[in-house]
Design a protein around this ligand. Sequence first.
Ligand code: MRU
Length: 376
Amino acid sequence: MPHAGPGGWAIRGRSLPRVPRTGIMRAMTEETFSPIRWTDKGLELLDQTQLPREEVWLRCRTPEDVSAAIYRLSVRGAPAIGVSAAYGLVVGLQSKPPGQEIRARFAEVAELLGGTRPTAVNLRWAIKRGQKVFDDNVDAGEDAVIAALLEWAKAVHAADIQSCRQMGAFGAELFSSNDRVLTHCNTGALATGGYGTALGVITASHGQGKISQVWVDETRPLLQGARLTAWELERLEIPYKLVTDSSVGALMSRGLVDRVVLGADRIAANGDVANKIGTYTVAVMANRHDVPFYVAAPLSTIDLDTPTGSDIPIEERDADELRRVFEAKISPADAPAMNFAFDVTPNELIAAIITDVGVLRAPYTESIAKAFEGHD
Ligand code: MRU
């Protein structure tokens, strides 16, 4: 039975379609699995806070449902946040209280959604483009502007599938044969509209026989690696081993890591990268041990308005996320704690940025500016 919960209405017991097991079937259908779906009843999001214990879908009826789902990480990962926000704008207009002026409603919804997660720039990217679609269609009437926004949101979702494919293809060129690759956080189908950024590169490379094993670090505090990346790799039947975050140095010093690939929440115009806390530590270790360190992200994650990493706002989350694992308390109840969700890796530690328009190399200010030629 559906029940109300924070961030929407939960629908339990519906299984996700399993990813087919091998070869070409897998390649054809990876992206049919998405944690975001638009149905005849509206927006539904897979509640990632429950994974891998349970597959629960949240039905979002109001923009408050969508913003709560984004804030509490029911839906997470920069591209997936952008796609959800695009649909969230539609939900916001569809649930407009009678009598409220539609422009005021749009502004209210955009502010609500835009305030949920400050670091992931795909959120702002989606809202800015949604505003233009709204402005271009609002004079045609409420039904017309909602229809135009929905069509646009579906196009954003579809474009993300394509952009993951492109990153996968470009990224796989960088891998050799039987590589042992380390990744951090979750950057797969759960974090995007398609089959993933860094995890998409891993999937594509594995499909070409270039990866023998993936090292998955846990990614404390919310365990996106242990809970989500491991879950995805099992579904994809890609060999992996789970390690603690603190194992990264030991693995590299023993020569057990050939490459690192991970994602980004925002890339500054000079190539500095904000990503899940711990990324910087992995980058320093990789450089110490001459392990190529790659970042995979679409152009929508690169923010030309942010000159350097020190200009990126870093989200700080509730300290309780550190004091608990699921419901279990793991520290003194009121242990003082600091919970940065992201850190910044300076561009000089990055061997390449794999985007949906190609692989970028240092000097990044130049290569990023060039990548945007012909794109907005
Ligand atoms: O806090 P999260 O789980 O949203 O953080 C996600 C990440 O840091 C990912 O690496 C990033 O968003 C890229 S996802 C393709």
